[in-house]
Each structure stands twice: as C-alpha cells, then as structure tokens.
Design a protein around this ligand. Structure first.
Ligand SMILES: N=CN[C@@H](CCC(=O)O)C(=O)O
Ligand SMILES: [Zn+2]
Length: 409
C-alpha cells in the first residue's frame, strides 16, 4: 500500500498516458504507446492526482517521494481471465504430458477439469481461500492490478457456490479489484456423460438461480468446445443468464471451431477467450461486434497448441486483449510479464501492441476502463515501477526475468 500522498519523481518514461477512450484500442491507436519522458506522478488517496514533466512539479510538501530515476512507470496489468481458485495441483498430469499424453487424452481418462473438480469437492473453503490468497499476492507482485476469477471446478451446485464464496472472501481481502465469473459449464460430470443436456438443465434450473441470488458474479462463462458444450447448450445457458444480467465471457475455439464465436457474439459477449483455432466466419462474426478477443499465449506455450492468430484479428480491427488463463491444467503461471514476452516473441506483436493489450484493452475486457488501464487523472493509482531500463522493449526482451521493482496499489 502507498502512503496517502505519494509522488513518483524523475520517471524516465511514464507509459500509457491517455484519457479513457470510448472503445478498446484498434489500428493506429493500438500500435502506439503514448509516453512522457522525465515525468512526475502524484498520488492522493489511491488515485492519480496529477502528472507531467518534472520541470512543472511544483511543491511536494506532504508527499512521500519515490525516486524513479532510470525507471519506467506504467499502469498495472489487468488479468481478465484466470481460474485462481482451485485445490491441489495437476503436476502428475504435467508429468504425463511430458511423457507424451495430450491434454485431450488426459481428460478422456478422467483427468483434467474432472480431476480438479474431485480435488475441490473434498477441500474446505478456508484451505481454498488461503491458497488463492497467496496466489493473489503473487499476481500483485508480478504487476497485476485487477483480476478476473472464474468458478468452474465445482461441477455441482454446492461446490460452485463454495467457489463463489471463496471469491467473495478474496474480494473483501484484496487491495486490487476482483471481477467474478460463474463458469457454469466447464466439463460434463461423469454422472451426466450419457445425458449432457440434463446437466445443462440442472445448471439452468438449480445452480444459476442460486448463483444469481448470491450477487457475487458479474459474468457467465461456458467452455464451448468439442467434447464439452456445444452452441445449442451454450445458447440455453446464456439466455437464462441474461435474465440475471450476467454478461457472457466465453471459452471458445481453443481446440476446434464449432460455431461458438457466432453464438457468443449473438448473445452480446463482452469477450471471447482463447481463439487458437479460427475459421473465416469466426473473424466475420467478431469484426461486426462489440466483443473483444482475449488471447492466452501462456496456455499455447504450456500445452503446445497454436497461438491465437493475432495478426488476422488486428487486420480486421478486432480489439485484442492479453491475459494469463492462470489455471492448474493449461497455464500455471500468473506472470503477465511472461504473457507480454510470449505475445512479442511468438505472436509477433510489437511491445507497444502487447502492452496496450495487457493494460488498456484488458481493462475493457473487465469493464474497468474508467478506473484502470491508463495514466489519467482520477484513475486508480495501480502502477508498475520497473527496474532500471532504457526501453519498454526490455520487458519482452529479457523474457523470464522479473522486470518489476515495485508494484504500487
Ligand atoms: N479450457 C478450459 N478451461 C481452462 C483449462 C481448465 C483446466 O484444464 O483445468 C483453460 O482455459 O485452458
Ligand atoms: Zn480459462
């Protein structure tokens, strides 16, 4: 936590200096990262009070000074897609994958999401909370200034509500904003294998009303994928969720393309997430929508699947967001710096584009663009002070290093 009045001085470069735009960044705006050199930034009661060139600093009496000479300052990352709450881990499955099994083969054997659900069912709320709270602290130290957390390892009403209560406790204890997503349909439980539609009925008739009554979740999610949930099932869930004002953020096109993006867009999805496998009609659906595309390169890296074709998205002016997809199966990393590095190295984004996708555009993916994501007076002062560096290109260049000296929140 910062003192009530703090001033950052001699900032070599203050990055992402812009007022909140009406829409997420695309085109030229997305290609540029506006900055101020030799800058100061004043913080009062956790908000950005003022900023400008050092020569215009004026009196700093009553402020605690943080000298940022040779350092860059940027808005904290927004991680708009995580599965932060889970029990145990999946290191045995990781070992199996190293020995040659695929994610799909492990899932067929009852591993994957079903494995995490079984572990979660026998783990108490306090244990889940403590583990997730530790991870939240890690995320903050790695530069994350707001985070989305999904349920989805419940696969029963009782366990989904348990996950939501843990998220609520995290929210109460967290110094950074948390948005909650009810991941209603993440996998078909074994008991429903022969009749997945009956599980969808249970979600709609039993779990969803109780989730809505808790008033913790803002968003609804479905894993729309071959062997998981199809478009017709998703449509039913999203139509029911709309009655409770839960907006869709959908897992889609991770392994196959089965019309899911069109479905998500039709239901006014705030975001579609993954998009590693894309068909021409998927781009068309997105290009004519208000839905943002969330790429998750750490998942592609960890389970060795294609990277989201971001150039194709950018060519069509589809807003691009980057997030970690932190989860025990496909992306056990909370490190947004690594996400930025992968986006540059593997997806060929420029550092400007990657940082825009991880800050301001990411804020749009959680409807936090008026609070976070850029340096503007009145926004929350959740900031990253880097270690000494000459250029923000060093963030992806020294991949695997921690570029952050201090997280301000
Ligand atoms: N694809 C669906 N959900 C997660 C993985 C969940 C898991 O394997 O536990 C993802 O985003 O990759
Ligand atoms: Zn995910």
């Amino acid at each position: 936590m910062t003192a009530t009045k703090t001033v950052l001085t001699h900032i070599a470069q203050l990055l992402q200096v812009r007022e909140t735009p009406e829409k997420p960044l695309v085109g030229t705006d997305f290609n540029e990262l506006p900055l101020l050199e030799n800058a100061y930034l004043k913080i009062s009661d956790g908000r950005i009070e003022a900023f400008g060139h050092m020569e215009n600093l004026g009196s700093i009496e009553g402020y605690t000074e943080i000298d940022c000479s040779h350092r860059l300052v940027l808005p904290a990352y927004i991680d708009s897609h995580t599965h932060l709450v889970y029990a145990g881990d999946r290191t045995p499955e990781f070992a199996n994958r190293i020995q040659g099994l695929t994610y799909a083969e492990i899932a067929e054997k009852g591993g994957g999401i079903l494995n995490s659900a079984a572990l979660l069912a026998k783990t108490d709320e306090e244990t889940l909370f403590q583990a997730a709270y530790d991870r939240l602290q890690q995320a903050i130290q790695l530069g994350t200034g707001a985070i989305e957390i999904k349920t989805g390892y419940g696969l029963s009403t009782e366990a989904e509500l348990k996950m939501l209560r843990v998220i609520e406790r995290l929210r109460a204890a967290s110094p950074i904003p948390i948005k909650a997503t009810y991941l209603a349909a993440h996998a078909v439980p074994t008991a429903f294998k022969s009749n997945p539609d009956a599980y969808v009925d249970l979600i709609i008739n039993e779990t969803l009303p109780q989730v809505a009554a808790l008033e913790i979740a803002e968003y609804i999610d479905v894993f729309l994928e071959t062997n998981y949930f199809n478009s017709a099932q998703t449509e039913r869930i999203l139509a029911a969720a709309a009655q409770y004002q839960l907006k869709p953020k959908i897992h889609v096109n991770q392994f196959t393309t089965i019309g899911g993006i069109t479905t998500a867009v039709k239901h006014g999805a705030l975001s579609v997430d993954h998009l590693e496998v894309m068909a021409p009609e998927d781009y068309d659906a997105l290009a004519n929508s208000k839905t943002v595309a969330v790429a998750l390169p750490s998942c592609s890296f960890f389970i060795q699947i294609p990277y989201t074709p971001v150039k194709e998205l950018m060519q069509r002016n589809i807003p691009l967001v980057l997030a970690t997809d932190f989860n025990p199966g496909t992306s056990p990393s909370l490190n947004m710096n690594f996400v930025v590095a992968l986006a540059c190295i593997q997806m060929k984004l420029t550092a400007e584009q990657a940082l825009n996708a991880a800050t301001l555009n990411a804020a749009f993916a959680l409807e936090l663009q008026h609070e976070l994501g850029s340096i503007a007076v009145g926004k929350r002062a959740q900031l990253i002070v880097t270690k000494p560096m000459r250029s923000y290109w060093e963030i992806p260049y020294y991949f695997g290093n921690n570029p952050i000296e201090r997280a301000i929140y």
